[in-house]
Design a protein around this ligand. Structure first.
Ligand SMILES: [Zn+2]
Ligand SMILES: [Zn+2]
Length: 311
């Protein structure tokens, strides 16, 4: 069951709320959450434990699927028994992904209740596009592709220094699934007017300036250096704990994305990307990566993993 009748993400942001009031929206989520609890749904520390257990199982399932895949690639075929095992594992993975998705919704709702007093409505215009980018980093809950059913992600034309509201669109994550020489789904959808309304915790200092001002700050060499160091430290911390980024997962494998740094990067906004743990260079593994090409994405990542953004 879902208690969001609109889109949300793990940062505790609600998307597509241009016409509603904050009070209406939050009380709607509270009703759904209470009903879920009455039916015995896990919350608080229990749901965190449940998510951890399911993620562990998911990792074993993914590893075994990968193992079978490699076996098939090296020997050209699989025994009937191995093929059957593969099918069972894929069904189990689908089940785990949907249960984990429910878990993400519970956590997102709790995050919204925690920050309720500072949640404000932001209407995206030329000056606030960085708020959209900030939120694009975390998985969107509840946005499915109407063609293939995969989750969709907020995207924008990446080579722009400041994106305008019209440069954003929903892109199907099937785009990252390469089957032979084609992509599994290339469906995109324009943002609807309602998508330009967000409810989010606006206390982050990044939101007190315009998209353009925010962009200018990040061109300062000193600032760039500091952020780069912090990201590198975060990367080492995550690596040494064998952890991925909490709020961003691969839509295919469901596992937390790994923060990586490119060799020979031309600058801060070219240096970092998130990759599926099954990613390998030269398209050898899972192709799901997300480039961190805006200061807002870096800020959101640092804020959610370390408690402090870039300012
Ligand atoms: Zn699709
Ligand atoms: Zn993946």
């Amino acid at each position: 069951m879902s208690f969001f009748d609109r889109l949300a993400n793990g940062l505790g942001t609600l998307l597509g709320v241009l016409v509603d009031t904050t009070v209406q929206v939050i009380s709607g989520i509270k009703r759904g959450y209470e009903a879920y609890k009455r039916q015995g749904g896990a919350t608080g520390a229990d749901i965190v434990d449940e998510i951890t257990r399911k993620k562990d199982r998911l990792r074993s399932v993914n590893d075994e699927i990968m193992h079978l895949r490699n076996q098939r690639m090296s020997s050209g075929s699989l025994s009937d028994r191995a093929r059957k095992r593969w099918e069972d594992l894929r069904a189990e993975r689908d089940q785990l992904l949907s249960e984990l998705n429910q878990g993400k919704e519970v956590r997102a709702a709790e995050k919204i209740f925690e920050t309720e007093s500072v949640i404000d409505k932001v209407e995206i215009d030329l000056e606030t596009t960085h708020v959209l980018q900030y939120n694009a980093f975390a998985d969107t809950l509840g946005k499915q592709c109407r063609v293939c059913g995969r989750p969709m992600k907020l995207q924008w034309k990446r080579d722009l220094s400041v994106a305008e509201p019209k440069d954003f669109y929903w892109g199907c994550t099937g785009w990252y699934v390469v089957q032979g020489d084609r992509r599994a789904c290339m469906h995109t959808k324009k943002l609807q007017r309602n998508d330009y309304g967000l409810m989010t915790d606006t206390t982050a200092p990044e939101f007190s300036m315009t998209a353009e001002e925010f962009g200018i700050i990040l061109t300062d060499k000193g600032t760039e250096k500091i952020i780069d160091t912090r990201l590198n430290d975060l990367k080492s911390d995550l690596n040494s704990g064998h952890r991925g980024v909490e709020l961003a997962t691969c839509p295919v494998h469901g596992e937390n994305m790994v923060l990586r740094r490119k060799q020979n990067a031309t600058g801060l906004l070219d240096a970092y990307f998130l990759a599926c743990p099954y990613w390998q260079p030269n398209n050898a593994g899972c192709t799901f990566i997300e480039k961190l090409k805006s200061g807002s994405q870096l800020a959101a990542l640092l804020k959610s993993e370390t408690g402090r953004g870039v300012l």
